[in-house]
Design a protein around this ligand. Sequence first.
Ligand code: ADP
Ligand code: ASP
Ligand code: MG
Length: 446
Amino acid sequence: MSFTVAKFGGTSVADYPSMRRCAEIVQNNSSIRLVVVSACAGVTNRLAEIADKRGKQTESLRNEIYTIHSSIQQKLNRSSTLEASLSQLHDELEYHCQKPTENWGAWRDELLSFGERCSSLLFSCVLNDQGTLSDTLDARQLLKTNSAFGQAQPDDVSTKSHCLEQKQKLDCGCVWVTQGFIGSDDKTQTTTLGRGGSDYSAALLAAGFNATDLEIWTDVAGIYTTDPRICSSARAIAEMSFSEAAELATFGAKILHPSSLAPAIKNAIRVFIGSSQNAAAGGTYISANPTTRPDVRAVALRRNQTLVTVHSLSMLHASGFLARLFEILARYNVSVDLVTTSEVSIALTLDEGGSIANGQALLPAAALEELEQFCRVEIETGLSLVAIIGNGIGRDAHISQLTFNTVNDYAVRLICQGASEHNLCFLVEDSEGENVIRTLHDRILS
Ligand code: ADP
Ligand code: ASP
Ligand code: MG
C-alpha cells in the first residue's frame, strides 16, 4: 500500500491562500498521511535574529511573527481550541525570550522551534476547515538526534523505533501534520537540523514510517538546470538520478537540503519535487534508474566560501603533514569541504553549516594559532563555488574543454575534479559567480 509523506516549505505555507493550495494537494492524494511543514516564510529568519540578540529588545520582531500567524488564524473558522493553542505558543515564546541563556545553543534551538510548531498547528486547522480530518504530531517525539544544537545529527535507529511506536496512530484515517527542522536529544531537549532542514526531516520521517513516496512541495516546479532566479533560461528537469540530485544539493542548489536524499536512497523511497503554487505544472522525479543520464545535468552556485591555504616547506617529501593538519581541524570541529594539494601547500574550503548555525567562527582562533605553529596560513573570503553536475565527468574531454573555454575570462582560484564522476567545481570571486553560472548555462545547457 502506498504511503506518501508530503513536505511543504516556508513559501508554500507563507499565508492563508498558500496554505489552502497545499491543503488541496493533500486532499487530492489519499496516500498522503503525514505532512511535514516548515515555518511560515520569514519566521525562522526573525527567530534567528531574536536569538542573536539574546531575546533583548526584540519586541517588534516578535510582533511581526505574531502578525504572520494571526493573519492566517483570522481566515479560519473560529475555534477556541486553536485560539488557545496559538496564544499558548506565543506566550511560551515571550517567556522563553526572558529566560537566561546558560546554554545558548540549546536556548536558540528551543526558540527556533516555535516557527514550525505554530505553522503545523495552523496548517492542521486549515485541513480541518476544508473538511479533511487532521491533527498534529510533535516531531520531537519522532525525530531523535544527538545534542549538537544548531546542526544536530539524527539517530536513525532511535527515530525508526519512535516512529513505529506511533505508526498505529497514522492508520486512523486522519492526516497528521508535524514539524520539519526540529527534533529532540536523549534528554528531550529540542534540537534543530540546520537551516533548510525540513527537507531532511521529511526524508528521515518517510524512512522512519516505511513510506513509499516523499513529495517535496516548494516554490518552483521541480529541480531546474540551474537556479531559475539566476538564469531565466533554466529548464525544469523531469527525471534525474539520486546521485545527480544529491550532488546538486551538496553543491548549493538550495531547493534540497544536502542530506535529504540519503534516507530516501537507503530506503528506496521515490522522491518527487513540485510547486505548491502550481501543482499541475509537474515537477522532478528522482529515482535510482532515470531513463537518461546526460553528460551535464545542471550547474550550481554556492556563495560565501572561505578558502584556507596552508603553506609549509617542511611538507616537501615529508609524511604525516596532512594527518597533523586534519587532526587539528577535526579537534576544533572544523568541517572541510574541498581539498587540493601541491608539494608545499594545501588549499581547502570550509563548510559553513555547523559553525554558522552555532554562531562560532568558521576557523576558531585557537585552531588558527595551532596551525600557525608549523605553517603559514592564508585565509580568503568572498568566493563562490561553481559546480557542473553530470555523469562521467572527467572521462569526457569535451566537458572540461567547454568549461575552461567558458571561464577563460574569469580568475579561477581552485579547481576540484576527479573524486566523483558527477561533478567538476571551481572557485571564483563572489561578484562573478552569477555571471559564470549564466555563461556556463548558455554554453553547456541551452
Ligand atoms: P522551501 O522554502 O520550499 O524549502 P527553498 O527556498 O529552500 O524552498 O528552495 C527553493 C529555491 O531553491 C527556489 O526558489 C530556487 O531559487 C532555489 N534553487 C536553487 N537551485 C535550484 C535548482 N537547480 N532548481 C530549482 N530551484 C533552485
Ligand atoms: N524553517 C527552517 C529554515 O527556515 C527550516 C526549513 O524551512 O527547512 O531554515
Ligand atoms: Mg528549503
